[in-house]
Design a protein around this ligand. Structure first.
Ligand code: AMP
Length: 215
């Protein structure tokens, strides 16, 4: 799809379906999804001094210093795969990062997939996984047999960071991080809000309709 919107930042709390929507938009626009945490993981895997430092911060859920984050992301976005556009997931996370992005390649639109904290907690709290990474949901995608993975018959369990208190903590960090970003992009008239509480295919439809209307 040829569109004048091709550099997109995606915002949305855990449980909003942001990663799924990123793939839908990327397919539609034929641009790559650039995920900040994956770029960081590649550096961590190299086990360099910087990689070790970043790994430590990530394990504790702390933000990587802006200077490193900005360098890594701008390097990625400056590469040939992002030449025709990109969908950014996880970057920018604060004003310094947003300004650095504006001072380099810039963004066309910022899509915020909004859901309430209650809905986010409900969605994440019901998630169950097995040790092989198969994912179920007690309400939306229950296993055929309670507590057992349909695929590999392993026991299902709840991830530590999916427990209610942990989710609440992650959400409060997210709200704190993004409040200023929403204001920043709203002032620039780039912010578009989608209702993430709807079924995932309906959210995708709303986003694609918006892109078609504004192509
Ligand atoms: P995420 O999966 O997006 O929550 O990112 C996982 C971890 O990677 C975060 O807890 C941070 O340690 C780090 N990280 C990801 N994106 C950023 C960013 N834009 N700025 C700083 N740290 C980040």
């Amino acid at each position: 799809m040829i569109s004048k919107i091709k550099k997109i930042v995606l915002l949305g709390p855990q449980g909003s379906g942001k990663s799924t929507q990123a793939e839908v938009i990327a397919d539609f626009l034929a641009v790559p999804v650039v995920i900040a945490s994956q770029i960081l993981q590649k550096i961590v895997a190299k086990q360099s001094d910087l990689g070790k430092k970043i790994g430590e911060l990530m394990v504790h859920g702390e933000l990587v210093p802006d200077e490193h984050m900005i360098n890594l992301m701008l390097e990625e976005l400056g590469g040939s795969t992002c030449f025709n556009g990109f969908i950014l997931d996880g970057f920018p996370r604060n004003l310094v990062q947003a300004q650095a992005l504006d001072n380099s390649c810039g963004v066309d639109k910022v899509f915020n997939i909004e859901i309430s904290d209650e809905e986010a907690i409900r969605r994440i709290h019901g998630r169950r996984v097995c040790t092989n990474g198969h994912v179920f949901h007690l309400e939306f995608n229950p296993p055929k047999e309670e507590g057992i993975c349909d695929v590999c018959r392993q026991a299902l369990y709840q991830r530590k960071d999916d427990e209610k208190e942990a989710v609440q903590h992650r959400l409060s960090i997210y709200r704190h991080e993004t409040a200023k970003l929403l204001e920043y992009y709203s002032k620039q008239k780039k912010l578009v809000i989608f209702d993430g509480a709807q079924p995932i295919p309906k959210v995708s439809q709303d986003i694609l309709d918006y892109l078609k209307k504004n192509a």
